[in-house]
Each structure stands twice: as structure tokens, then as C-alpha cells.
Design a protein around this ligand. Structure first.
Ligand code: CA
Length: 216
């Protein structure tokens, strides 16, 4: 899953990006509304964390322009008591909001919820044969045993599992699993797929040459 954080407070942007990368998300950061709008329209993010008060153009303007073109889930960050902002943000197409200062745990939960909702997946657990994916705890079990899996491997499995049965192109996977600073020409994706197959079974992820990857 690839996220965009649009936040002009450098400390907050940095600590948020670090925490979410530890969770296995690929994370891009924009420091003002104009850069945020550009990146949000240019790339297909799985979700956007969008601050309301931003230099150049506001988060609300970014949201309004985004909604003319894309349905990317948006979690807006608002000022503590700004009830009007929340209503206005939700009316403009925000999927959820969080008042500053917020708890990281709550942000993680709301983020997961808007991503799952947009993928049409309401449950916390996805079962594929004897593999159970816990999208809440970001854990995977195989025949009841917890599988030791890195956050980045988990992200690959979850992305494919939420789109089970669909062949997902390498380009789409690179778009969603790696951030703008990672080298998309390397074989990072193949390495990750082969590690997942070792852990969950050779047939867990299938490949069709030239088409991409799929969890059947
Ligand atoms: Ca701000």
C-alpha cells in the first residue's frame, strides 16, 4: 500500500512517515498544498493523509480538485475544535477526519478502515485456503501457525489478497508497494514474491508472463 502524507509541519510529517513505513506502507510526502495536489493526481495512492491548513493552497482545495478526477481515500487532519471544517471536509469528499493532536494508534486504525472500505473489504480477516490474513494486526497464519513475515512482504500479500482472483500488473504493484525514492528498476518485487512463496506455498501467488501476479 502506498500513501501520500500532505503535511507542512516537518517534524510531524517525518515522524508520521517513519511510523507508517515501519508498518510496511510505501510513503511519499508533500510539504504544501500545491505539491500535494500534483502528487495526488499524478500517482495512484491507496490513501492520502491530508492536512487542512497548508501553505499555497489549503487541504480543502486539494480535496476538491482531487475529487474531480479520483476516488483515492482521504483522511483529513483538522484543528481540534473545528467542527465546521469536519462537516465541510466530509461534504467535499473526505472519507474520514482526525483532529490534531491525534494518537498514532487512532490514525493507523482510521487509515486501515478507509483503505479496506475502498477495496470493498469490510472484514478484518481474509481467509485463503489455510492462510489467514489479519488486516488489523497485520499478521498472517498458515494452518494456525503464525508466519514470520516482514512488513513489506505483508504489504504485498495484503494488496493481492484484497484483489483476489485479479491479475495485478507489475506496474501497479510497483506503484502501490514502493515509494518515489525506491528504485523501481531493481528486482525488489521478484525477491519479495519469491520470499512470500517460500513462506506460504509455491502456488500462493501465481504469475502469468507479461501480465503480473495474482492470488488465485
Ligand atoms: Ca498545517
Amino acid at each position: 500500500m502506498r500513501l501520500l502524507i500532505v503535511e507542512d509541519e516537518p517534524d510531524l510529517a517525518r515522524s508520521l512517515a517513519r511510523a507508517l513505513r515501519e508498518d510496511g506502507y510505501a510513503v511519499d510526502v508533500a510539504e504544501d498544498g500545491d505539491e500535494g495536489r500534483f502528487k495526488a493526481l499524478e500517482n495512484d495512492y491507496d490513501a492520502i493523509i491530508l492536512d487542512w491548513m497548508l501553505p499555497v493552497i489549503s487541504g480543502l482545495e486539494v480535496l476538491v480538485d482531487l475529487r474531480k478526477k479520483k476516488r483515492t481515500p482521504v483522511l483529513m487532519l483538522t484543528a481540534r475544535r473545528a467542527v465546521d471544517q469536519r462537516v465541510e471536509g466530509l461534504n467535499a469528499g473526505a472519507d474520514d477526519y482526525l483532529a490534531k493532536p491525534f494518537d498514532l494508534k487512532e490514525l493507523r486504525a482510521r487509515l486501515r478502515a478507509i483503505i479496506r472500505r475502498s477495496a470493498g473489504e469490510a472484514r478484518d480477516q481474509i481467509e485463503i485456503g489455510t492462510v489467514v490474513i489479519d488486516t488489523w494486526g497485520k499478521k498472517i497464519t498458515l494452518a494456525g501457525q503464525t508466519v514470520s513475515i516482514t512488513a513489506r512482504e505483508y504489504a504485498l500479500v495484503e494488496y493481492l489478497a484484497l484483489r483476489r482472483g485479479k491479475m495485478i500488473s507489475r506496474t501497479e504493484l510497483y506503484e502501490h508497494l514502493f515509494d518515489e525514492n525506491e528504485d523501481s528498476l531493481s528486482n525488489l518485487l521478484d525477491v519479495r514474491v519469491s520470499l512470500v512463496r517460500k513462506k506460504l506455498g509455491a502456488d500462493f501467488i501465481v504469475t502469468r508472463r507479461g501480465q503480473g501476479y495474482c492470488i488465485p
